[in-house]
Ligand binder design. Structure first.
Ligand code: ZN
Ligand code: FE
Ligand code: FE
Ligand code: ZN
Length: 266
């Protein structure tokens, strides 16, 4: 069984990752990956939106960095992508980003449940104390469903991100998951098995087995991502992620080139 592509990796342009793309490529080759994709945090129209993404005028520099590493590592397939924040009202901005470069794929991620609160931001952790977890999970999944419905994204990122710090929903969220997954299926979105969750308080892959089982039943395809913010994290825990995928019935994952999907057996 060969390892699937690692489609979720960052670069230092986002201001909270270390190591240059070449270091990530070296690591990928060393652990036997044959395909990777850089999907750094997309810029926002306002550079002061937050402090964990590239500036808007760095987008071309980002693309050049990825192009350079593609040339330097001809034996490795390296995709050009972005992890794009979805917030309602940013549709034109995202359309503009999509038009600027020949991207291989976009990962659509919801981090913000309002314009000022990214639920996964450790600096905003205390915000959770003022909120009702059920309401946060509902708001988050409403936005995730909207993200899928835009049709902008080949992949939806870390589907159950609100669990990051261990804030599990007090009540059953199955209907939220179903609604999102139906939208993902309808709009041809894959979901990713993101191993970063194993490195957070929740100590499990995004998404949970329950969500992955529902996704499999509905025929929603998958990709794999380490969400590496350092070279040593590339491809990390992929054996575990594949085991999870296989155990719910998946036998294949997706690749993307120029926003076209291809399916590969494990
Ligand atoms: Zn990040
Ligand atoms: Fe993210
Ligand atoms: Fe990420
Ligand atoms: Zn991420």
């Amino acid at each position: 069984m060969s390892l699937p592509a690692d489609y979720h990796m960052h670069t230092p342009l986002c201001r909270h990752a270390t190591g240059e793309p070449g270091d990530y490529a070296v690591r990928a080759a060393a652990i036997g990956l044959t395909e990777i994709g850089f999907s750094d945090h997309s810029p926002m129209p306002r550079d002061d939106f937050d402090n964990w993404r590239m500036y808007a005028n760095q987008l071309d520099e980002y693309v050049e960095k990825v192009r350079r590493v593609q040339k330097d590592f001809p034996d490795l397939t390296i995709r050009l992508a972005l992890e794009v924040d979805y917030l309602p009202g940013y549709e034109d901005w995202i359309r503009g980003l999509a038009a600027r470069h020949p991207w291989d794929y976009f990962i659509g991620s919801v981090h913000y449940v309002s314009d000022s609160w990214a639920i996964d931001d450790p600096q905003k952790l205390s915000e959770w104390e003022h909120r009702n977890a059920d309401e946060v999970w509902t708001a988050y999944f409403d936005r995730l469903t909207m993200a899928a419905e835009t049709g902008f994204f080949e992949i939806i990122g870390h589907v159950d991100l609100p669990k990051k710090f261990g804030h599990l929903p007090p009540s059953d969220c199955t209907s939220l998951y179903e609604k999102f997954l139906n939208a993902a299926k309808k709009h041809n979105c894959a979901i990713e098995l993101n191993t970063a969750g194993l490195r957070k308080d929740c100590r499990e892959i995004y998404p949970s087995r329950q969500i992955l089982e529902l996704a499999f039943q509905k025929g929603v395809p998958i990709t794999f991502g380490s969400d590496a913010h350092a070279p040593k994290e590339v491809g990390i825990n992929f054996a575990e992620a594949m085991q999870l995928a296989c155990s719910v019935g998946y036998q294949e994952s997706c690749r993307f080139a120029q926003r076209k999907r291809q399916t590969v057996k494990f």
